[in-house]
Each structure stands twice: as structure tokens, then as C-alpha cells.
Design a protein around this ligand. Structure first.
Ligand code: C2E
Ligand code: MG
Ligand code: MG
Length: 695
């Protein structure tokens, strides 16, 4: 089959058939001839022509009738039908159109003209097809996107409206009324905005966009544009879109970003946003209080009952606070879940410490009963910090921080408590943040160093080694006490990196003592609980440090506190044993301040106890202290543990310890922690003194 357009020509005159055939072939078409109307109708479905050309006057069936029949056949909707009418016969021209003809040509025109007319209507057909396809596509897309157009006159009457718009607005009955129909479909509170926009448009031709809700609840977006503007003949074209699903998704996304999934309460971000809005000064606000509530149960239950248990504790706490003092009780209050066991309650119109304290007490009482699980029970002892706006802090975020810092500062012991914000608390909290922020680069910038406090054999006062103690000189804050920044380093996890550095540095220094003094001197290194929590890593760090500096394991001592190993898992106990087997000794630091009984010592893999400074400083003033010291020394002796007394500051303390058989000691009486050079110097002079017999 050729791909030339096929033209079905119906004419009963052989001469006309011949001319038509010749002309159409010459024009690049494929003519098919029918001898009359009847034949044309019969051939139509087989031939599937691109154009039909019908003579009007034919036997059996004339052109009009054939035209009607073909027009009703399947697939002929956009088929061009050309009628050959008698010249100037106006009646048959209109008859032809009624029968469904596309165009007409006066019979007797040149056949070349027929070819050109056929070519023209074919091109026209193709254009129409393309147009229709585009229109269908557009309509499909519009109905998918639930968007349609609506054209209105300057007065607001209907010019054209797409089905989608009628569908969105609730039927043709609504849209057929033009602008008043749209207005009536809107929720009452949104009508004013539409009126305003329309008035603006009618006056200045200003286009507008409007988000509004329909009476039925759906959300629509209306975008209106008009090129003619204030011209009273101007039209307004509206694009109307149903954005209900989009709006719902947005609302859900908003809800999720602003609410905590577990408790359904506003989260920290949402709280800060609403606090910020209240405080932004747009209207005068009365004083308010913020209660930072820290519930300790969840973190404690996490270990034993897992996340599910912690979640139970958190949602129970949320419910209890809500029912006692939350917005459920007094409208306008805001309860927010900040994360974990942390909540914040905002009390608007509250400037009385008495009122705030009463509410804090109520909350603590409500939180008091334990939360029970299948095999667990946890107590929700809590701490509440109270801060006031505007006395304490004037910004939303710092106000919230102040309440939380106050809660965090309350003593751990003694169960539930509340307290009021003081400026010192804030200063401390700020410093903490600063310390943490600056600690990140401190190691790289070389701001840490180790000092060494000599450890002295009490019987002969010879130096047996030293304890390595870290120092940090902050470029702006100056010297920061190790107890302060180590706690921060622990929380941020930086202690692992710093701990590695300490071990390496201390082992390197001890190796130097050996090289330069030719003596076995011990070095004690403090480790933190975070390091002990990863015992395998600690083991490999220790081994690396020893082998890197060629230090015998026997010269290294690791100091840890009772509280660090009292809850030790089998992993840690095993690693401690491995360290001891290697020859490293383990010392129990700050001994006596913890909870363990002396008999508990028997079960721990330690070699040495360091008697806490607290016991040493009491010696002499307090008979009881001597009794405790005797007990410690006796048990240590029975268990074969070495004893080291910390913080010896006076001769009296030293004598008492030495008499009772305490093995070693350190303290200001002998030396403060020394810079490496100072410690070397001390070693050298003592050595010299010993050699010359004057030590
Ligand atoms: P600690 O291990 O019990 O260290 C003894 C602390 O007592 C040191 O304080 C030391 O300077 C101080 N001291 C020594 N002799 C006397 C004395 O006669 N009188 C008084 N009043 N104090 C004395 P420092 O260096 O401030 O360290 C405090 C704590 O910080 C240490 O207690 C230890 O727990 C921790 N720490 C220090 N350096 C490190 C370290 O390198 N790593 C780890 N993880 N912790 C460290
Ligand atoms: Mg120590
Ligand atoms: Mg100590």
C-alpha cells in the first residue's frame, strides 16, 4: 500500500472520472473511483480514504445522501468531504454543509484547482488533528492536576469554563453563575479577600493569586490574569486549582516538623517559634515563666528495658504533666517535648515565684508514681528549673536554655527537686558551651599538655614515678580545670581522641625518663569512663603506646575510679585482666569516695588503691578519719594491694601515713604537678643528692 493520501472520488461521468484521476495522480495522490454515491458508501470502509470527493448529481444515491451516510460511519469524524456543487447554486452549498461536508468546490472548476483544494483540506485536517491531540492532552493533564480555566467578563459573567473547574467548585450550577457562583462556593471568611482582589482588578487590571477554602472544606488556589486590565471590555482569566491534597500534605509535613511523633506535643523548634512570636514585641506581653523539666526515668530504663521502655516512660511523663499543669488544665500554657526526658512548660501571665513553685511541685508529685513494664519499673524522679521572662532572659532561646540549665544544675541526689534560675547558672552554661566548642580544635592547636606529679615512696622519700595530669590553657579563658573540661569531653565523645593522646604522650615521657635517668620510673595515667566503655579500643591504644615508645608494661599504671568499674561488664573486667597479665598495674583512684565495700575490692582486678585526698586532709583533726585509714590499709594489706595516699599537704599527714605503713604518697608537701622539664630537673637533683649522700 502506498503512503500517498488516498482520495475517494464519486462521479458517474467517465470523463470527469478520467480528469480527476489524472489530476490527482499528478498532484501526488492516490485516487480511487466510485461510479455513484451508493458505490462510494459501500467502498468507504475498505478504502479508508483520507479525503472523499462527491459529485452532487449521481444516479442511485446522490452526493448529499452519500455524504450523510459516510459521515455517520465509524472513523469518519474528522474525515474531510469535498462536495462538487453546481456553480452559484447557493441552495446546494448549504445542503452540502447540512449533510456534513467539509468544503465545496464549484463543478467545472479546473481539476488542478481540485488537487489544490484537496491538498489544502488535508493540511487543515492535519492541523486540526494536532490541535485536538494537544487539547486532549492538556485536558487530561488539567484534570489530573485538578486545574482548569475560567474566563469571565469584566462584570463577572461567564464566558468559558472548563469542566474541571465545575467539578472542583461543585457542579455546573455553581460555575454557570459566573463570579457570584465562585463567591458563593467560598468559605464565608474567604469571600472578602476575593471581593477585594476583584475590585482591584476591575479598577487597575491587577492580576492576583488567592488561596482559599471552599464551603465544603476543599482548598483551592486561584490565579487570575488579564491583559486588558481596566478596559471595561477586558476579560478575566482564572486558573483554578484544587490544592486540597497538596495542602493536606503540607499540613502533615508541618505537623511532623513541629511535633514530636511520640508524645504528639510541639517540639523544641515549634516551642521556640511560638515563644519567639509572643516575645517579638508585636504586642505587649505580660511576664511569663518557663519550666525546664528533666525526667530522669527514660534514660535509666533505656539500658534495661530498651527504647520501648524509655518511650513508655516518656509518654507517661508527658501525659502526667499535661493533666496536672499543661494546656489541658489552663488554656494558653504550652507544653513541649524537647527530646528524651526533657520537657518545657510555658506559663504565660506568671511573674510570681510562689505560683511557679506551686506548679513545679504539683508536676513533681504527679510524676512521682513509678511506671511499670512487664519486667521493670522505673521511678520518674525529675528536676525542674524555673526561669522568668523578662527578668532572667529576654530571648526565647536563651530563656529556654536558662530553664534547662537550672534543672541540670540541681543536685543529682535526693530525687525530685526544683529550683530558680540565677545568673551564675547562665554564666556556667555559657562557659560550658564555649568550652565544648573550643575543645574541638584544641588538640590540633596543641593547647593541651601533661604535667607530672611525683609519687614518693613514703619510707625513704625516693621518687618512684609520677601521675600524668592534663592541662589545658585556653587562649582566652586561660587555664581550665581538668575536672571541668574532662566532663565536657566525655559527653561530646572527644575524650576518646584526647585519651589516646594522653596515653601516648605519657608513655613517651616515661620512656625519656628511662633513657635520660637510667632508672625505672612509673607513670600513672588516668582514664575516663568513656574510654573504659570501649575496653578493646583501650587495650589496643595502650599496646600501641607502649610499643611505639619501647616502654616495658610494668612501668605503666592505669588509674580508674570505683564508679567506673562498679557497673563494669564482662568485657571490661576481661580487658583489665589482660592489661594486668601484660604487667600493667591497675589503680583504683579516689578510693573511699565511692560506694563499694572493701570486701568488694576482692572481686576487682586491681593492684593498687589511691586513698582519696578527703581522708588524708581529715587526718589529725578527726579521730574517725584515722579509723577509716586504718581500715583501708588493713584490708589493702590483706588483699595484697599497694596503697598510695593522695593530697599530702602537711608533715603531720605524711608521718601518720608513713607510720601506718602506707606505701606511697603524692601531694603538695612533696611537689605540685610539674612541667616535664621541672620533673626531670627534680629527678636529676635528687639523684645527685643521693649520690653525694645528702638526700
Ligand atoms: P585525680 O586523678 O585524683 O588527680 C589528683 C588531683 O589532685 C590533681 O588535680 C592534682 O593536681 C591534685 N593534687 C595533688 N596533690 C594535691 C595536694 O596536695 N592538695 C590538693 N588540694 N590537691 C592535690 P587535677 O590535676 O586538677 O585533676 C583533677 C582530676 O581530673 C583528676 O583527679 C582526674 O580525675 C582528672 N584528670 C586529670 N588529668 C587527667 C587525664 O589526663 N585524664 C583523665 N581521664 N582524667 C584526668
Ligand atoms: Mg588520678
Ligand atoms: Mg584521685
Amino acid at each position: 500500500m502506498s503512503d500517498k493520501p488516498r482520495i475517494l472520488v464519486a462521479d458517474d461521468e467517465p470523463v470527469a472520472q478520467l480528469f480527476a484521476t489524472t489530476a490527482l495522480e499528478a498532484g501526488g495522490f492516490e485516487p480511487v473511483i466510485a461510479n455513484d454515491g451508493q458505490e462510494a458508501v459501500e467502498m468507504f470502509s475498505d478504502v479508508r480514504p483520507d479525503v472523499v470527493v462527491l459529485d452532487v448529481m449521481m444516479p442511485r444515491m446522490n452526493g448529499f445522501e452519500a455524504c450523510e451516510k459516510i459521515r455517520t460511519a465509524a472513523g469518519s469524524m474528522d474525515l474531510p468531504i469535498l462536495m462538487l456543487t453546481s456553480r452559484d447554486d447557493v441552495a446546494s452549498v448549504s445542503r452540502a454543509y447540512e449533510a456534513g461536508a467539509t468544503d465545496f468546490l464549484a463543478k467545472g472548476s479546473s481539476y488542478r484547482l481540485l488537487t489544490e483544494r484537496v491538498r489544502f483540506i488535508l493540511r487543515d485536517r492535519d492541523n486540526r488533528r494536532a490541535l485536538r491531540i494537544n487539547r486532549d492532552r492538556l485536558a487530561a493533564v488539567q484534570s489530573m492536576a485538578r486545574i482548569g480555566h475560567w474566563e469571565l467578563s469584566h462584570e463577572g459573567s461567564n464566558i468559558d469554563v472548563s469542566d474541571v473547574v465545575s467539578d472542583i467548585l461543585g457542579g455546573e450550577a455553581v460555575t454557570s453563575r459566573g463570579l457570584p457562583g465562585l463567591r458563593d462556593a467560598l468559605a464565608i471568611e474567604d469571600r472578602g479577600a476575593l471581593d477585594y482582589c476583584i475590585a482591584q482588578w476591575q479598577r487597575d487590571g491587577e492580576s492576583f493569586r488567592l488561596d482559599c477554602q471552599l464551603l465544603g472544606g476543599a482548598h483551592i488556589h486561584v490565579h487570575a490574569a488579564s491583559r486588558l486590565g481596566s478596559d471595561p471590555t477586558g476579560r478575566l482569566t482564572l486558573a483554578v486549582q484544587d490544592v486540597t491534597m497538596l495542602r493536606e500534605a503540607q499540613q502533615e509535613a508541618e505537623r511532623l516538623t513541629l511535633h514530636d511523633a511520640l508524645t504528639g506535643l510541639p517540639n523544641r523548634m515549634s516551642l521556640l517559634t511560638s515563644l519567639g512570636a509572643i516575645l517579638s514585641g508585636r504586642r505587649r506581653v505580660s511576664p511569663m515563666a518557663v519550666l525546664g523539666i528533666h525526667v530522669r526515668g527514660p534514660e535509666r530504663i533505656l539500658e534495661s528495658a530498651g527504647q520501648a521502655g524509655a518511650n513508655r516512660a516518656i509518654s507517661t511523663a508527658a501525659r502526667r504533666i499535661m493533666r496536672t499543669a499543661g494546656p489541658e488544665v489552663v488554656a494558653g500554657r504550652v507544653l513541649s517535648h524537647l527530646g528524651g526526658g526533657d520537657f518545657a512548660l510555658v506559663l504565660p501571665d506568671c511573674d510570681s515565684t510562689y505560683a511557679a513553685a506551686a506548679i513545679a511541685e504539683e508536676i513533681l508529685t504527679a510524676l512521682n508514681p513509678p511506671v511499670e513494664g512487664a519486667h521493670w519499673s522505673v521511678n520518674l524522679a525529675s528536676r525542674i528549673g524555673i526561669a522568668f521572662w523578662p527578668q532572667d532572659e529576654s530571648e526565647a532561646e536563651t530563656l529556654l536554655d536558662a530553664s534547662q540549665a537550672t534543672a541540670a544544675k540541681l543536685p543529682e541526689e535526693g530525687g525530685s527537686a526544683y529550683g530558680f534560675f540565677t545568673p551564675e547558672i547562665l554564666a556556667r552554661a555559657r562557659r560550658r558551651l564555649e568550652v565544648e566548642a573550643d575543645m574541638h580544635g584544641a588538640l590540633r592547636r596543641g593547647e593541651f599538655r601533661l604535667v607530672y606529679q611525683p609519687r614518693v615512696h613514703l619510707a625513704d622519700l625516693s621518687t618512684r614515678g609520677a601521675e600524668a595530669l592534663i592541662r589545658w590553657t585556653h587562649p582566652r579563658l586561660g587555664n581550665i580545670p581538668p575536672l571541668e573540661f574532662i566532663a565536657v569531653a566525655e559527653e561530646s565523645g572527644l575524650i576518646l581522641e584526647i585519651g589516646d593522646w594522653i596515653l601516648n604522650q605519657a608513655c613517651g615521657e616515661a620512656a625519656r625518663w628511662r633513657r635520660e635517668q637510667g632508672r625505672e620510673l612509673n607513670v600513672s595515667v588516668n582514664v575516663s569512663s568513656r574510654q573504659l566503655a570501649q575496653p578493646r579500643m583501650l587495650l589496643s591504644t595502650v599496646q600501641d603506646a607502649l610499643s611505639r615508645h619501647g616502654l616495658p608494661p610494668e612501668t605503666l599504671e592505669i588509674e580508674l575510679t570505683e564508679s567506673m568499674i562498679i557497673h563494669a561488664g564482662p568485657d571490661l573486667l576481661e580487658v583489665l585482666q589482660v592489661l594486668r597479665d601484660l604487667g600493667i598495674s591497675i589503680a583504683l583512684d579516689d578510693f573511699g569516695t565511692g560506694y563499694s565495700s572493701l570486701s568488694y575490692l576482692r572481686t576487682l582486678p586491681v593492684d593498687c588503691v589511691k586513698i582519696d585526698r578527703a581522708f588524708v586532709s581529715d587526718l589529725g583533726d578527726d579521730r574517725g578519719a584515722e579509723g577509716v585509714l586504718d581500715a583501708i590499709l588493713a584490708v589493702a594489706g590483706a588483699l595484697g594491694l599497694r596503697t598510695v595516699a593522695e593530697g599530702i599537704e602537711t608533715e603531720a599527714q605524711y608521718r601518720m601515713l608513713a607510720q601506718r605503713g602506707c606505701l606511697e604518697g603524692q601531694g603538695y608537701l612533696f611537689a605540685k604537678p610539674l612541667e616535664p622539664a621541672g620533673f626531670m630537673e627534680r629527678l636529676a637533683t635528687r639523684q645527685q643528692a643521693a649520690l653525694t649522700g645528702t638526700g
